[in-house]
Design a protein around this ligand. Structure first.
Ligand SMILES: Cc1cc2nc3c(=O)[nH]c(=O)nc-3n(C[C@H](O)[C@H](O)[C@H](O)COP(=O)(O)OP(=O)(O)OC[C@H]3O[C@@H](n4cnc5c(N)ncnc54)[C@H](O)[C@@H]3O)c2cc1C
Length: 308
């Protein structure tokens, strides 16, 4: 119920204005992101690298409404990739298709993504495509299939909660995909997605095992989760299936379960941290709040501490 309300609020303009103008919310936002500029993201990636942790950087934004905004997204990612190459950071880059004008003209948007993919390839890094809400899944899987044939450096996020994902995963085996597997962050109806946490976790593990079974063919999997019980099972599966370390890694979000991340790294697992930056943080921030009821306690504390 609470999760649903927060996910509904993530798309509500009036609530967005309220939250964005609330100074009391700022410290809470900064728990999940290091700042709004490339420099902030690079500083965070540098600090993580100093402790041996690689990263993924994403520039926040979705559903842009003009070609000018979509072109500005390309310019921002070019700036980011240029800076990453200059600093020799082990950092992937992650994007959302709707940042590139996917709602306006898909061919033009795909060409914009190609421009960024070319730069990622030249910089020997990975360009990951996030998965957005269910109306975008069909076209995102198609786009990935096309891009994966052109660029060996692209990766795709698949959401375990969707009923369709096992079929998508099987279809993509033909392009030897690099899949970031996540539970799924959006509000989706029961006709589209599993609703119970246990079911989503069980499906997640099945999907991971199936993909890992193709590691010898070049399939790679990133476990994008903070669920430590699930991770324990997934890592056990990698050993049972004799998956080489180069074929999998754990990925977590900046600011979440950092202690567990360090413990996993100390056990020899590669754990990559996704750093988000940019001014368009509102819908993304609300999805983060919705993921953990404990975050609401933090909201209540923030609001109690200072006037909005
Ligand atoms: C690297 C990465 C990339 C992602 N990319 C996408 C994407 O492209 N599309 C998409 O739909 N979703 C994406 N997600 C989000 C994902 O779908 C889940 O919503 C999110 O990871 C929470 O689920 P969980 O697997 O961590 O498990 P949960 O069972 O939700 O959480 C397990 C535990 O982790 C901690 N935790 C999890 N989330 C939070 C939080 N926000 N705040 C505080 N503690 C938390 C809590 O301790 C919780 O008990 C991504 C997640 C990661 C880690």
């Amino acid at each position: 119920m609470l999760r649903s309300t927060l996910l509904w609020a993530s798309r509500n303009r009036a609530i967005e204005r309220l939250v964005r103008s609330s100074r009391a919310m700022r410290p809470l936002v900064s728990r999940f992101m290091p700042g709004e500029t490339v420099a902030d993201a690079l500083r965070a990636a540098g600090a993580l690298q100093a402790e041996g942790t690689p990263s993924i950087i994403t520039y926040l934004g979705e559903n842009v409404a003009s070609d000018a905004a979509a072109d500005a997204t390309v310019a921002e990612y070019e700036r980011l990739l240029g800076a990453l190459a200059a600093q020799a950071l082990d950092a992937h880059v992650s994007i959302k298709l709707t940042q590139f004008g996917w709602d306006l003209d898909r061919e033009r948007a795909l060409d914009r993504v190609r421009a960024v993919a070319r730069m990622a390839l030249a910089g020997r890094t990975t360009l990951a495509i996030d998965m957005e809400s269910s109306p975008y899944v069909d076209s995102t899987v198609d786009a990935y299939e096309t891009l994966a044939r052109e660029f060996p450096c692209v990766a795709l996020c698949l959401q375990a909660y969707l009923h369709r994902t096992p079929a998508d995963a099987r279809r993509l085996l033909a392009v030897r995909p690099y899949i970031r597997l996540v539970k799924g962050a959006y509000r989706e109806p029961a006709s589209v997605a599993l609703q119970r946490r246990e079911d989503v976790s069980a499906r997640y593990r099945e999907l991971a095992r199936e993909l890992l079974g193709h590691a010898d063919d070049g399939v790679r999997v990133a476990f994008g989760t903070h669920d430590l019980d699930l991770l324990k099972l997934l890592l056990r599966d990698t050993r049972e299936l004799r998956v080489p370390p180069s074929a999998y890694e754990v990925q977590m979000l900046y600011g979440i379960n950092s202690e567990a991340r360090r413990a996993l790294a100390a056990e020899g697992e590669r754990v990559r941290v996704l750093i988000s930056y940019g001014a368009a943080w509102y819908p993304w921030f609300m999805r983060r709040l919705a993921e953990n009821p404990a975050n609401l306690l933090l909201v209540a504390r923030s609001l109690g501490r200072r006037p909005a």
